[in-house]
Design a protein around this ligand. Sequence first.
Ligand SMILES: C[S@@+](CC[C@H](N)C(=O)[O-])C[C@H]1O[C@@H](n2cnc3c(N)ncnc32)[C@H](O)[C@@H]1O
Length: 280
Amino acid sequence: MTDLAAGPAVERYLDLTARMLTRFGFEGRSLTVKLPRRSYEAYLYGLLQKATKDRDVRLVEAGEFGPEQQQRRREGRDWPADAETMVGLLRLENVRHCLEQVVADDVPGDFVETGAWRGGTCIYARAVLAAHGVTDRTVWVADSFEGLPPPDGRFDADAGDQHHVEPELAITREAVEDNFRRYDLLDEQVRFLEGWFSETLPDAPIEQVAVLRLDGDMYGSTMDALEALYDKVPVGGFVVVDDYGAVPGCAQAIHDFRDARGITDPLQEIDWAGVYWRRS
Ligand SMILES: C[S@@+](CC[C@H](N)C(=O)[O-])C[C@H]1O[C@@H](n2cnc3c(N)ncnc32)[C@H](O)[C@@H]1O
């Protein structure tokens, strides 16, 4: 057993970092990414994007940040316009819980997130390690840094998937590095795996994964990450699935993989979307 650093300074630092990363209460108003859903909205948005090419012009909805919006942000139900993560406070708390548990129990390995977007969850993982003075674990940030891949025909569950057309999901590596710098958390304990999971993860120079966090939305992205990394998760390590309740294809990949491997460790609920299990 390893004793973790504790006390009000650790609590306040991690609490403040989580609220900052989700912009919980930092915006006077709630600023939420608005995805064009109706066809005329998509058409107009397409025109706007063409007209403002090379400029950061986005569709954002402004509203109150009252109890209802706070609950949505807590549960990661909206896409904040400017926050470094969309996962919400409850799923960040889960990252903290998993990391603190593996450190306390001496379960070896790194933190890996497959699907980082603006990097906020990885930034939080690095903050948790920093808060406890952990220097022998790495945070791996795996992403294409150009959004999701179009369905490649390997999996029926991904047929017709439209994530790849969302410009909001394509965040450059430079932007993610800048976000780490904002929090003074970009250092040698942070490493990037840039490219499609199917190409970067199988040969990634990662020895063990104490916390594997899957956040790639699609069936294929979830399955590619599990196939490449699950065998590196030691007993006592965690697998966290961000999109289980939100994307049916992701849930199907989890069931298919667990069935194929005979995994019976119970799935535990984090919130409406996220689940996790601990490897026994
Ligand atoms: C929902 S976002 C991740 C949200 C993020 N974890 C957060 O804290 O807000 C999904 C990310 O997965 C990446 N992604 C999905 N499938 C991928 C794949 N097959 N290869 C590489 N990146 C992928 C996308 O580029 C995108 O950044």
